[in-house]
Design a protein around this ligand. Structure first.
Ligand SMILES: C[S@@+](CC[C@H](N)C(=O)[O-])C[C@H]1O[C@@H](n2cnc3c(N)ncnc32)[C@H](O)[C@@H]1O
Length: 249
């Protein structure tokens, strides 16, 4: 597919095109994003209140352009893929795979079964096109907090900038679902700092609090803010999984 990031037409043309191609809901989302750029609190309440709706509007071409225009994002995806590859997983699930940037990086480094889930149909449609040269990658429309897979389905489950878009209650359910479907490792890139468009979660601390050993934990070299950047990998086995999944006596 065409990977060139083209320059944008002028604003009224963009607004007309948004309305015509993707309907009033999308056009309204675009208008709000622009109007509220200086009002983070309003932006959080009006735009981010429903993360799935937000990612359905923002997903696809808009998100692709934004990400591919930032070399640091490509460096980050490559770095995460390289770290994940060190664990030699033979099957990987990415929860919140977006348009498939990390899955693509993983597919060139590993001969593993790859699967991506995302709750945004626009992100998954784009992933289908972006990854079409890697047709063996399975893509599933699903919420991370209710994964449609049996226990212990994947050697390794990874998330990158996903859990932080969800409220603390949903974030907790996503982490537990990941632990349930992973058999060996859970790897996370999740920022620890909160901002107007995301919650901040210290995932490494969450594992430590459950007495689950970490194979690694630290900032990602390509990230601008090293204080809030976090990548960690938890080692999972039936005993460590039980510490998280079974009710406390
Ligand atoms: C910032 S993007 C990151 C995409 C990809 N992981 C990457 O690094 O390029 C966040 C993605 O997570 C997805 N997402 C957020 N919360 C989710 C949830 N609860 N269940 C499934 N997908 C979710 C969004 O739809 C979006 O595609």
């Amino acid at each position: 597919m065409d990977l060139i990031v083209r320059s944008q037409p002028i604003l009224p043309l963009r607004a007309w095109s948004a309305l015509r191609t993707r309907g009033p809901g999308y056009a309204w989302h675009k208008v709000l994003r622009r109007l509220l750029s200086r009002h983070p609190n309003w932006k959080r309440q009006l735009l981010y209140a429903d993360p799935r709706a937000y990612w359905t509007h923002r997903g696809g071409n808009d998100y692709f352009r934004e990400q591919e225009g930032q070399p640091a994002r490509s460096q980050r995806a490559a770095w995460i893929a390289q770290e994940v590859a060190k664990y030699r997983p033979t099957s990987i699930l990415e929860v919140g795979c977006g348009y498939g940037k990390l899955l693509d990086e993983l597919s060139v480094r590993l001969d593993a079964t790859l699967c991506g889930v995302d709750f945004s149909p626009t992100q998954l449609e784009y992933a289908q096109r972006f990854l079409n040269r890697r047709s063996s990658i399975r893509l599933v429309l699903s919420r991370g907090e209710r994964l449609p897979f049996p226990d212990d389905s994947f050697d390794l489950v990874v998330t990158s900038a996903v859990i932080l878009h969800n409220t603390p209650q949903v974030a907790e359910r996503i982490r537990r679902e990941i632990v349930r479907v992973a058999r060996g490792f859970a790897a996370h890139n999740e920022e620890t700092g909160e901002s107007y468009n995301r919650f901040g979660y210290d995932t490494a601390r969450w594992y430590r609090e459950h007495n689950v050993p970490l194979a690694e934990s630290g900032p990602i070299p390509a990230d601008l803010d090293q204080r809030t950047s976090q990548f960690c990998v938890a080692r999972l086995d039936p005993v460590t999984k039980a510490r998280i999944l079974l009710p406390k006596p």
